[in-house]
Design a protein around this ligand. Structure first.
Ligand code: G6P
Length: 612
């Protein structure tokens, strides 16, 4: 959701900026723009629509400047239009700014600036920022090296909301300033050049050395240097961190789309996430945790919180923690949790799941739990992301960069990590020890079983061709399979735009069955031996009413009554979602392809939802 790129160095900035924006396209956007410092002053080129439209703007090829800022906008305040696109300048055309996030007090600041003679030409909250900087700049009579920084700091200290901001100034042609608060931004360090980006993958081909910023840290960038200051402009020391992801991991590597590539990367993502946390004969260990029995025994309640797919992974975590550790566990959607006065205290453990680590609602829920005295664990795929810096403890999935908006390998990696976490807790609490060693053996077999499941790809593609024109598709399951039904249904709506619902199979008779008529497709997931027969009965009820059925199972069932069935490898129900979701990921993918849609960048969606 909105993307920021910046460059300050010795090369021509504009191609680097546009290339960076293309790599951030997956975040979701509706307009794009760049601004560079040229010999004649600041240039801005922007428009609504795709990043590649920037190449059609007259004069873009002639830009020579080697300092610049760039932005993809996902409209919040004001419709997508050229005027509302970033960058935005102040009235005197001294400053140019790009901004991610939302300035909540912008009306008040706009009024203040209007009263002081400033005019506004867009409907955005962002346009107040360059003007507010100009306001403080024009009041400062001390023309030293830090005047630009002082004005920027004074303006930012007035902002309420979330922001990641880059700003350039025509009077300081060798500098750029950035700051962040509750919105992602990283700085990549090169040789005599610095890169700025919302996300690591966009600049991974230039550098692996990154500075990760905390809230309200101001950065004064030159070509050779990055100086850091706190909100009072006291200097701060900061070291770079090396990111292990390789450049190829952010490329398509011969696959038609990122999503297909990421589906096929799951054996490795799971292997990497299991890592060295245990082997068949050893106990689970998390280098980052080191919990004791006393520490864990103190919790009488666990919350698992996330949004979208991450929340669905949390449901598999709840199943494992409650059954293996006997601790009452609740899963909630972050945007609901944060406003429902949750009963959280110092005896509550709160686990936050976020692939990106930047989802605004998840971060807000985390802050709320900390205020209430709970202990917090973040699960993220991105080292140094915001939730990992807020939480008391952080553990990581090692799925590698996930670029497609629809999450696949991050989900399965989150599920396996949560189950391993549950085993780790149970071992410390000394519960269920026999069951745990069997489960660990099953987890170690997962990469191979995922590979076998991926072999179903061409059969699923052929079946998808028969249903891609459907208007509604329903997903049913019981127990752990219901959690997969939810995720399968979400995947389908995200990328195929087919209306889809998921239901606990037992709920069918309490309403949803009224929607079943001749030809409607119903997907049934049945992997829990204890519940298979019950789900079959529910499927029979829809078949009787004319439904077409697609079944995913690892049990020997009479297949004659179903229209299409795929058998996946048998495994423990704790980790079955990791296998049973794969046919559904492929199903959604192939339907989307058959419909000719943009699989990686579905309409209206953003990979990283950094506003609430
Ligand atoms: C967006 C993405 C989803 C993702 C959700 C949570 O809606 O499109 O794929 O599941 O955000 O993202 P997070 O980064 O917090 O896991």
């Amino acid at each position: 959701m909105c993307g920021i790129v910046g460059y300050i160095g010795t090369q021509k900035a504009s191609p680097i900026l546009i290339n960076g924006l293309i790599r951030l396209e997956y975040r979701g956007y509706d307009s794009a723009g760049i601004s560079t410092i040229e010999k004649y002053g600041i240039s801005i080129m922007k428009d609504k629509g795709r990043v590649k439209n920037l190449y059609n703007i007259n004069g873009i090829e002639q830009l020579e400047g080697n300092i610049g800022i760039a932005h993809t906008r996902w409209a919040t305040h004001g419709k997508p239009s050229k005027e509302n696109s970033h960058p935005h300048m102040d009235n005197s055309k001294t400053f140019s700014v790009v901004h991610n996030g939302i300035i909540e007090n912008y009306n008040e600041l706009k009024k203040f600036l209007s009263d002081n003679g400033y005019h506004f030409y867009s409907q955005t909250d962002t346009e107040i920022i360059p003007n507010l900087v100009h306001y403080y700049y024009s009041k400062d009579n001390n023309n030293d090296d830090l005047k630009f920084l002082r004005a920027f700091k004074n303006a930012c200290n007035k902002l309420i909301g979330s922001f990641a901001i880059e700003i350039i100034c025509k009077d300081y042609p060798n500098n750029m300033l950035v700051v962040r608060k509750d919105s992602p931004l990283v700085i990549g360090k090169g040789e005599n050049e610095n890169y700025i980006s919302s996300d690591i993958p966009a600049i991974l081909s230039f550098t692996r050395n990154f500075y990760l910023l905390n809230d309200f840290e101001f950065v004064l960038l030159s070509r050779t240097d990055a100086k850091f200051y706190d909100k009072n402009l006291e200097p701060i020391n900061k070291n770079t961190q090396t990111i292990e992801w390789n450049t190829a991991s952010a490329e398509k590597e011969g696959f038609e789309d990122y999503m297909l590539k990421e589906i096929f990367e799951q054996p490795n993502a799971i292997r990497e996430t299991i890592g060295a946390k245990f082997n068949e004969n050893s106990k689970c260990e998390f280098d980052e945790l080191n919990f004791s029995k006393d520490f864990l025994s103190d919790f009488n309640k666990i919350f698992i919180i996330g949004c979208g797919t991450a929340m669905h992974a949390g449901l598999a975590g709840k199943n494992a923690i409650e059954k293996l550790c006997k601790i009452n566990t609740e899963v909630d959607i972050a945007s609901e949790f944060r406003y429902r006065a949750p009963l959280v205290n110092e005896h509550t453990l709160c686990i936050f799941i976020s692939q990106s680590g930047e989802t605004a609602d998840t971060i807000a829920a985390l802050k709320l739990c900390k205020e209430k005295g709970a202990k917090t664990i973040a699960i993220s795929n991105v080292i140094g992301s915001s939730i990992t810096r807020e939480a008391d403890y952080s553990i990581y999935t090692h799925a590698g960069p996930e670029i497609a908006v629809a999450s696949t390998k991050a989900y399965t990696s989150q599920v396996v990590l949560l189950v391993i976490l549950a085993i780790y807790f149970a071992e410390i609490l000394e519960i269920n020890t026999n069951e745990l060693s069997l489960l660990k053996k099953e987890i170690l077999k997962l990469p191979k079983k995922i590979e076998d499941t991926l072999d179903l790809s061409s059969r699923i593609r052929d079946f998808s061709k028969t249903v891609y024109q459907e208007k509604d598709i329903f997903f049913l399951g019981r127990g752990i399979d219901e959690t997969v039904a939810k995720e399968g249904s979400l995947k389908l709506k995200e990328i195929s735009y087919i209306h889809s619902e998921s239901y606990a199979a037992g709920e069918l008779k309490h309403g949803p069955i009224a929607l079943i008529e001749n030809g409607v497709t119903v997907v049934g997931i049945m992997t829990d031996p204890k519940l298979v027969e019950k789900t079959i009965s529910n499927l029979q009820e829809v078949i009787t009413r004319g439904a077409k059925t697609f079944v995913i199972t690892n049990q020997q069932v009479d297949n004659s009554m179903f229209d299409f069935i795929v058998y996946i490898p048998e495994t423990s129900p704790f980790i079955s979602p990791i296998l049973s979701i794969i046919p559904l990921q492929l199903f959604s993918y192939y339907i989307s392809k058959e419909k000719g849609l943009d699989v990686d960048k579905p309409r209206n969606l953003a990979k990283s939802v950094t506003v609430e």
